[in-house]
Design a protein around this ligand. Sequence first.
Ligand SMILES: [Zn+2]
Ligand SMILES: [Zn+2]
Ligand SMILES: [Zn+2]
Ligand SMILES: [Zn+2]
Length: 584
Amino acid sequence: MENRTCQNCKQEFRIEPEDFAFYEKIKVPPPTWCPECRMIRRMVFRNERLLFRRKDDASNKEIFSEFPASTQAKVYEKDYWWSDAWDPMEYGRNCDFSRPFFEQFRELLYAVPWPSRNIQRMTDSDYANHAGDLKNCYLCFNAGRSEDSAYLVDGYGHKNSFDITSTIGAERCYDGMSVRDCYQTFFSYACEQCREVWLSRDCIGCAFCFGCANLRNKEYYIFNRPYTKEQYFQELTQILQDGSYQALEAAKERAYKVWRQYPYKYMLSWHNRDATGDLISTSKNVKSCFNVADVEDSAYCQDIVLGVRDSYDYTNWGDMSELIYEAMGVGEKCRSVKFSFDCWPADQEVEYSYRCASSQDLFGCVALKKKSYCIFNKQYSKEDYFALREKIIRHMNEMPYTDAQGRIYRYGEFFPPEFSPFAYNETIAQDFFPLNKEAAIAKGYLWREPETREYQITVDAKDLPDHIRDAPDNIVKEIIKCLSCGKAYRVIQMELDFLRKMSLPLPRLCPNCRYLERIKHRNPPRFYRRRCTCAGSTSENGVYQNQVSHFHGSTPCPNEFETSFAPDRSEIVYCEECYQNEVA
Ligand SMILES: [Zn+2]
Ligand SMILES: [Zn+2]
Ligand SMILES: [Zn+2]
Ligand SMILES: [Zn+2]
């Protein structure tokens, strides 16, 4: 074990023996940035949810793209980009040993055209990005294998659901986050196998519950109190008035108060063995991971799903990939991909590359498909490739790149943030660690004011009918002004049909503001060492009365853990044992 000082934030971070073993196994030097700084460095390379209008640099037609018009790069419409109509090898070049590697990679990166968006196997779902296998979906991002849904962000396996984030398997759900295998579950968080559940958190196997927390296999509960079936529906009608916006907003306030009166588990986790971090499910031996499912023997990963093994510092996607290190947006049967972003599918032994697909043994390449033994988009023989790769790695260490902030990049570092085409406020880093313009610029990030499009607003959200039954059919033709940001949004037909069927009021916020509201319910991926706040018979703050006695008797629980709840947070945070005692 060793403590080192992060090159970026200057804080100490710890490298454990198993970390050293991993670095040795994949033949990389130990990191010089702490896990959090490494994560943010990757995240500034991902614009997940914004689509911009711009020119296609091949056809000159207007397209929409994840890259703003002001990006220096050339962008081709995605289908043309994937075709053989152009050849990325034409941009091939030699390595110049009189200049740093990173500097030359940046030149290649911005010389070779990029695809407008990152989508595959889509049916009637064109308004999407970082997505695959969607059918009849609208404005979905980082989403897959879903149908008849809209405004999905991060997750897969959804049917007829709207405004769902970081979720697996939602059917007829509305506005939820981190729920798994739920049916008709609304405005809920961290629930599993629930049906007809409203405004609840951390409930498992429940049905017909409203405004509850920490329930297991319960039916007909409102604000954590039992009701008869008949009373339940009477009360529910009373509270929600079958689709009133005012009533729903008042109910949300009451429910959030109830949530805070009950203990939160120190981490959200389902069916794991040896896991630390937050939002982890069906994983084994994972350390300081965030929002991952089906991951094994990995550490410092975020937003990874569907079978990943032996990987560190890996952000976004997964899908049967292994030995991935310092990578972002890599997935679908990739193996041994390092220091790369948006490389998929089936890449092997790929380093320092961008948008390469089905390739093997690449170093410093951009936009190659089905190639091997290439460096800077130039073909080599197998022997020459390995010899030159070794020579470049030595060169990277002898003549490192220094970025605008004075940080040094040798072999083993991900790309400097200044190589990203995105402004900080366009990326997922802003979702987790929001900065204002001044702070972002001071840290050396780009900042771009959001595009303002001139839409003729036809109705202000504050003038929408309170009750869904009063929503006219032509509401789908209106351009609505968002209550929060003032930008224009629409209600689509499929959404209106759903809201009417489920007796839900029209949304007053645009999809982006709805997303930002939703993610307030989860903690960012930053971890703290803390002690359990169970004081014996009550929570430390006296708000929650324990239902049973715990192993530590009437004295405070001695258990410590790593948690995403910052020490100054007011929630009641219980360790695994105390929490399980209370929910059993
Ligand atoms: Zn740091
Ligand atoms: Zn808005
Ligand atoms: Zn405890
Ligand atoms: Zn306890």
